[in-house]
Design a binder for this molecule. Structure first.
Ligand code: FDA
Length: 494
């Protein structure tokens, strides 16, 4: 046993945007912190990467989260505070829609070029979702009057209740199912779908790619966490997965003791009492602290052994939260050829394997990075969700690449078949994430257990984009959560 034991006011577990923001806020307020991170880097699901072309030249890509929308004001302010800048996604020219029959249509504005009846159905569904959003308090979706009812029906069946136009359903479904929760629409509830929309302000905001996919951070979104890591310095411990968290001094040996802990937590006794000590055991260091921030995605809570075990209701609830699955595709080209054809690079096709594609050329406006002013390359990004992602991963690499590029070509032309570099983000194969973009409840879970997700367990506080209200499943939500929890801890330690 040669791990050092250190003492801090707060131990933060996880150096994603949520954990970094919690630690950054606490340290600025004068508290001592230690951040324990499993990976050899900070940033979690935000990750600046590089992909090489055949000549060995490197092209910048963002393997994880990257876009910021105008309502994500906490993140926007933080980006500025950290001295970072943003740039807009390229969106000049015509968009492309690939219809269910495979025909390709160009259009501009936010109306898909579908038949009048389908357009009317799409508008009807959008209005309906917008109305439901106004009935939801995003900080407590489970308190909505018809929460249990909306949580008992899958989003797919709910859409079918309101429309029999499959093209309309597919194109409305994209924005929440494959495009956000990255799960098939039959696996999560209408309530969960409404939360997704409500967390972005309205369903119309999710549908509007110029809103939801507005800006990127120059140098990549991971820079937000890297900047906070600079401030935290030696307080961040990398390659330090937490294996065990002791969170109460109650004797864990007897069943009685465990039940008392659970009851005390439920009754708020533990939370109101003197700050209980926590001890976090990581691979490199042991941290004794007054409180802990658990800033890992909820699907990974169970990777830590809690002593004593978490209360019964949390052990149950955590089993009903899981990650979605999506492959983020980057294809880098000699030039942004679509721009020369008057295309924006934006394409939609509800029900297809690749349902969305965008220009993801780096800052400059088409530079690989801001140091390389001469660089002429163009980058496309697209996404392959849920069952389609499984199908793709099951293929040999060469065939997988061909199938994906053929989809890009269906939107933007045959030039898409010849990228100079190609990269697939595989967050599902990452030990400390296990999916993408984020977690959500299974059918019925949000109304039953959602109210527990932000409630501290004794001296353990939870923070993650996946349990956020505003900015749910987004970096902004992670930042809000980190700050919120830091505020609660500061109050408690006062
Ligand atoms: P996050 O998962 O980022 O961080 C948790 C950290 O905890 C990780 O570093 C992990 O290694 C660590 N950890 C886990 N278990 C541990 C243990 N036992 N001990 C120590 N450390 C442990 N968002 C957005 O706003 N715009 C976008 O465009 C996108 N796009 C997007 C694309 C892709 C491919 C992905 C995967 C995700 C996005 N997102 C996004 C989502 C966004 O990246 C995500 O919401 C935030 O990164 C979540 O931040 P958190 O800090 O909550 O968790």
């Amino acid at each position: 046993e040669n791990r050092p034991t250190i003492e801090r006011d707060v131990v933060v577990i996880g150096a994603g945007p949520a954990g970094m923001m919690a630690a950054y806020t606490l340290k600025k307020a004068g508290k001592s912190v230690a951040v324990l991170e499993a990976r050899p880097r900070v940033g979690g699901r935000t990750w600046n990467g590089k992909v090489q072309d055949a000549s060995g030249k490197e092209h910048f890509i963002e393997i994880g989260g990257q876009w910021i929308s105008p309502d994500q004001t906490r993140l926007i302010d933080l980006v500025e505070e950290l001295g970072l800048t943003t740039f807009s996604r390229y969106r000049e020219g015509q968009n492309v829609y690939v219809a269910p029959d495979g025909t390709r249509h160009t259009y501009s504005g936010d109306q898909l070029p579908v038949s009048d009846t389908t357009a009317t159905e799409i508008d009807k569904l959008i209005d309906l979702l917008n109305t439901k959003v106004t009935e939801m308090d995003v900080t407590q979706p489970w308190a909505m009057p018809d929460a249990a009812q909306l949580d008992a029906i899958s989003f797919r069946d709910w859409l079918k209740q309101h429309s029999d136009d499959q093209e309309a359903i597919d194109n409305v479904s994209i924005y929440i199912a494959s495009g956000m929760l990255t799960k098939p629409a039959h696996t999560f509830s209408a309530l969960q779908a409404i939360l997704m929309a409500a967390s972005a302000g309205s369903f119309s905001n999710l549908v509007d790619e110029d809103f939801i996919l507005d800006k990127r951070v120059v140098g990549g979104m991971q820079s937000v966490s890297l900047k906070m890591a600079e401030y935290l310095g030696d307080d961040v411990y990398l390659s330090s997965p937490v294996r065990q968290l002791d969170w109460a001094t109650t004797d864990p040996e007897t069943a009685d003791a465990l039940n008392n802990v659970a009851a005390d937590v439920r009754n708020g006794v533990v939370d109101d009492g003197a700050p209980a000590e926590v001890t976090a055991y990581s691979d490199t260091v042991i941290v004794q602290a007054k409180t802990a921030v658990l800033a890992v995605p909820p699907n990974l809570y169970h990777r830590i052994q809690y002593v004593p075990p978490l209360p019964r209701e949390q052990m149950v609830a955590h089993q009903h939260i899981s990650m979605g699955l999506v492959i983020k595709v980057h294809a880098v080209y000699e030039t942004p050829f679509w721009r020369d054809k008057g295309l924006s690079g934006t394409g939609f096709g509800g029900g297809r394997m690749v349902q969305e594609v965008y220009d993801n050329t780096n800052y400059g406006p088409n530079l690989v990075d801001d140091h390389d002013a001469e660089n002429p390359h163009g980058t496309l990004v697209s996404f392959i969700s849920d069952v389609h992602a499984e199908t793709m991963w099951a293929l040999p690499a060469k065939e997988r690449k061909q199938r994906i590029l053929a989809e890009l070509a269906a939107y933007l032309g045959d030039e898409a078949l010849e990228p100079i570099a190609f990269f697939l983000s595989d967050m599902a194969a990452e030990e400390w994430t296990r999916g993408a973009y984020a977690t959500s409840y299974d059918l019925g879970g949000l109304s039953r257990w959602g109210h527990l997700q932000n409630r501290p367990t004794g001296s353990i506080y939870y923070a993650c984009s996946d349990i956020a209200a505003e900015g749910y499943q987004h970096v902004d939500g992670a930042i809000r959560q980190g700050e919120l929890v830091a505020g609660r801890i500061l109050e408690r330690l006062q």
